[in-house]
Structures are given as structure tokens and as C-alpha cells.
Design a protein around this ligand. Structure first.
Ligand code: GLN
Length: 287
């Protein structure tokens, strides 16, 4: 069945009609989804949507909204439907070439920025498994004295998306097609990575929307630790003395990752919690 927007004309009616349509299809946060969707296609902010609630819409304005609504109702993630995602209050292009950035990852960036006084300047930053580039590019825009930014990923698709985001945000970066550190040269003051950490063993119990993220961006061996292990074993070689390593990991991985960091002689090991209280962000330094 296609969305029933035929007889509705105003902004508010479209939002109401679309919300009911999405609710019927079990989409969580249906109204918020619908506001984002309508806002995107009309080029309105949320405030404008509210102020212009009784503005009538033309068929030309309705057609793409109707199409997008249908895809959202079929379970396509909102970020893919609108082709972008907000991360640290900026818009990034987002599609099936890389992982959809998650809200926890904004917490990782915020925690790193709280350490900015402790970072050498100009700060050389390496983002391993950069995906859409959100972490590295956000840091480049927020750190007070950025040195070189290197964005590495094993996936050429992800790198092409990261490159488009860098261009759109006017950030200069070096792009490396690299399995972890395989193509990385030199040393850095900050190495950040949100590597795939989902256990293969959990594959059958995952939310259906994860099917829209590339497998390569999600899974990492039976317990999800394969890439983290290989990464931590090598990371010290690419970090300047005093440099910061900052990671995102899955729930139930904190103990194993602390042990790995200890084993590979990192100091100041501190696993920070996310807003839901999960030990999520290992921070560590090189002596
Ligand atoms: N670094 C990217 C992000 O945090 C991609 C992560 C990944 O593909 N696992 O969104």
C-alpha cells in the first residue's frame, strides 16, 4: 500500500498523515522521523516546520516525500532515505557505503575534545576504520591546532564517502586504503578508532535495520574482538610518546580490551562510560 497523502495538503497534515503511516508499520519515533523527512525535502528546520505548519504543499513537494515515506515504512533507515546524518551538529552524507554513524560515537568525540589541552600541537590525528569520516572530520573541525589528518579504511567505498564528506566540510585530509595500519606511515598524537566490534555469534539476534549497514563495518570474529586485538597490538608503534589512543567498543568487551591495553604497555588506561552507563570508550596513552 502506498502512503495516503492524496487529500492532505498542509505541512502539519503531511506530518500527521505520515506519522500514522509509519506508526502502523511499527517504525519507532514515527513523528520525529516524519518531521526530519519533511524538513529535509522542504529544506526547513524543525522550527520552520512548526511555524509554517499550515502552509499548503504542491504535488511537486509531496511526490518525493511520499516516495521517501514508503521507503522508511519498508524499514530503510531514515539516514539512508534522506542521504545524510547529523553528527556533532553538522550534516554528513550517509549511504550504504559505510556504517550509519551512531549517537554514542558523538560521545566519543566529545570525550576526546575534553582532552584537547593534553594533546601535542599541531595535533596529528589518525582515524582508523573511518567509515563516513565522521570522527576524524569532526575532530579536525573542533581541535584548536590540527596537524595532518589521516583517514584510513579497508573499504574503498567507505573512503569515497569520507572523501565526499571532507570536501563538503572543506577539511583537508589524507585518505588511505588500509587494513588497520597496513598502509599507515609515521606517528600520531591521537589515534581514534570505532572498529567493527559486533560478535558474529550475535548475528541472528540483531535489530533488522543493521542489515542496511555494510557487514564489513559491523562484524569482527566470533566474539567481536578480532580487529580490536590486531589493532591494539600494533597501535603503540604509530603513537607519539604521550599520545592518546581513544576507542569505541561493544558492551561486555571492556575487561578484554583493558587486558589487551595493559599487555601492550599502554598507560593511563581508562574505560569511559557512555550515557547509558556502558563501559564503552577505552582511553589510553603511550609512555
Ligand atoms: N568510524 C566510523 C563511525 O564511527 C565507522 C565505524 C565502522 O564502520 N565500524 O561511524
Amino acid at each position: 500500500m502506498s502512503p495516503t497523502l492524496a487529500e492532505v495538503t498542509t505541512v502539519l497534515e503531511v506530518i500527521d498523515g505520515g506519522t500514522a503511516y509509519l506508526e502502523k508499520r511499527g517504525v519507532a519515533d514515527a513523528r520525529l522521523n516524519m518531521q526530519r523527512l519533511v524538513g529535509h525535502f522542504l529544506g526547513y528546520t524543525r522550527v520552520q516546520l512548526y511555524l509554517e505548519f499550515d502552509r499548503p504543499l504542491t504535488e511537486e513537494q509531496l511526490a518525493p516525500i511520499r516516495e521517501a515515506l514508503k521507503r522508511r515504512g519498508q524499514g530503510v533507515p531514515l539516514q539512508h532515505v534522506v542521504g545524510e546524518v547529523e553528527f556533532m551538529r553538522r550534516d554528513f552524507l550517509c549511504d550504504g557505503r559505510a556504517l550509519i554513524p551512531r549517537p554514542e560515537t558523538e560521545e566519543l568525540v566529545t570525550l576526546i575534545l575534553q582532552e584537547k589541552e593534553t594533546l601535542a600541537e599541531p595535533t596529528r590525528v589518525l582515524d582508523v576504520g573511518t567509515g563516513s569520516g565522521v570522527i576524524g572530520l569532526s575532530l579536525a573541525l573542533e581541535l584548536p591546532a590540527m596537524g595532518e589528518l589521516v583517514l584510513a579504511d579497508v573499504s574503498p567505498d567507505a573512503l569515497s564517502l569520507a572523501r565526499e564528506n571532507a570536501t563538503a566540510l572543506e577539511v583537508e585530509a589524507t585518505f588511505l586504503e588500509s587494513h588497520l595500519f597496513s598502509a599507515v606511515d609515521g606517528t600520531f598524537d591521537l589515534i581514534v578508532a570505532n572498529l567493527p566490534y559486533v560478535p558474529e555469534n550475535d548475528r541472528d539476534s540483531l535489530e533488522p535495520e543493521l542489515a542496511h549497514d555494510p557487514d564489513l563495518a559491523l562484524f569482527s570474529g566470533p566474539d567481536g574482538l578480532d580487529l580490536l586485538k590486531a589493532f591494539i597490538a600494533e597501535a603503540g608503534e604509530y603513537l607519539n610518546p604521550g599520545g592518546l589512543l581513544a576507542l569505541e567498543i561493544g558492551h561486555e568487551q571492556a575487561e578484554a580490551v583493558s587486558q589487551l591495553l595493559l599487555h601492550f604497555s599502554f598507560t593511563d588506561i581508562d574505560i569511559r562510560s557512555d550515557l547509558s552507563g556502558v563501559s564503552r570508550f577505552p582511553f589510553a596513552r603511550r609512555l
